[in-house]
Design a protein. Structure first.
Length: 379
């Protein structure tokens, strides 16, 4: 397809590091960049953080003439908007797809003062961004042609909280890198991971992947694990991540005398798929900054069942009782974890169905298809 017949989409995101909404945006951008119908560019912070480097390393076109850092006061934002309006005209942008509030404000002003007047699309990435606020009402109701939510739960909240016409709010679920998070992961890599953390093939591992910060559920999972060990004595808890509460949780584990049964891996990047593969089940207690619940998707893609509290989009991602469990409270979650740990055959069966569900509903190709269909309707 000739370049001048493609839809030129500019994705904007005003977060400095590849965390929260940035990770699903990267997965989507990579998938869209492979499609003939789309010419894709990205605008992000470039002066600090790692997001510019990460997008650039994936071969994506990152516009360096603008730094979308959210720091600063209104005059700085206005300067960003003026720069972006010039880029919109020079690059012949058709659609600006915004992912966070700061870049949405800047993009709306830029679109308004540009000659091309591109359509504005906004994706809402988590529950926090559906809260009743005046600025959100302006952004979603007046400053976007189309709102995309990543779950029906978020869509219903947006429509109800901001009185937006339902036809202007759609759902496109996030995706997971199925090739990277794959149950057929290299056996040698998995064995190396087991050896590194002294994990045997007979160990029954509960996995918990989250940054060590308030609200993520680390204290709750440690307390739950203490009870689970009473019925499944040979179980272990693997905590993956880094963060400000790490030492506090280590002290809690030490006080409960479970040190030999709790594995702290630190932050994992290349080894993360191997970590999922050695788990009997992954556990998720909170939505966090990424409403797509990336941990749930990654574990399922690896063929590992997930047991999650009924938060965020969990009930729409996990087929309860088939590819994992969605629990209404901590007590029910403890029972479900123990059930899976006691029957490794159940873990395998659910894991196989989880992988099938991930391939069917959460592939990058599917997500790209749905976005392209939406973009075409807006042009």
């Amino acid at each position: 397809m000739k370049d001048n017949t493609k839809i030129h989409v500019l994705h904007t995101i005003s977060v400095s590091n590849l965390t929260g909404a940035a990770q699903p945006v990267l997965v989507l951008a990579k998938a869209l960049s492979l499609r003939n119908e789309i010419r894709l560019s990205v605008a992000s912070p470039v002066s600090h953080g790692n997001i510019f480097m990460r997008f650039n390393d994936e071969g994506l076109k990152v516009i360096q003439e603008i730094d979308l850092s959210p720091r600063g006061v209104f005059p700085i934002s206005l300067l960003q908007a003026i720069k972006l309006s010039r880029i919109i005209d020079a690059e012949k942008i058709d659609i600006v797809h915004c992912h966070l509030s700061h870049d949405h404000w800047v993009s709306f002003i830029a679109s308004a003062i540009s000659k091309r007047k591109p359509r504005i699309v906004r994706t809402i990435h988590n529950t926090r961004l559906t809260a009743k606020r005046f600025d959100y009402r302006l952004l979603y109701g007046k400053m976007a042609k189309k709102i995309i939510c990543i779950s029906e739960k978020h869509r219903n909240a947006v429509i109800g909280n901001f009185n937006i016409e339902p036809g202007n709010v759609g759902v496109i679920r996030s995706s997971v890198e199925l090739n990277r998070f794959n149950p057929e992961k290299n056996a040698e890599e998995i064995e190396n991971f087991r050896n590194k953390f002294l994990i045997s093939e007979d160990d029954r591992i509960i996995g918990f992947v989250a940054r060590f910060k308030k609200g993520r559920g680390h204290t709750e999972i440690v307390e739950a694990f203490r009870k689970i060990k009473e019925s499944v004595p040979d179980s272990k808890l693997m905590l993956v991540g880094k963060g400000e509460l790490l030492q506090e949780i280590k002290s809690l584990v030490k006080r409960t005398l479970m040190g030999r049964s709790v594995i702290f891996t630190g932050y994992l990047k290349e080894e993360l798929p191997s970590a999922y593969k050695v788990m009997s089940a992954a556990v998720v207690l909170a939505e966090g900054n990424d409403g797509s619940m990336r941990t749930v998707l990654e574990a399922m893609a690896c063929g590992t069942p997930v047991i999650a509290l009924n938060t965020g989009a969990a009930s729409e991602i996990i087929e309860n009782g088939v590819s994992g469990y969605v629990a209404d409270d901590i007590g029910q979650m403890e029972n479900r974890i123990a059930e899976v740990l006691k029957a490794q055959s159940l873990s395998r069966q659910m894991g196989e169905k989880a992988r099938i569900r991930a391939m069917k509903l959460f592939s990058p190709g599917r997500e790209a298809d749905e976005h392209i269909e939406l973009y075409k309707k807006l042009i």
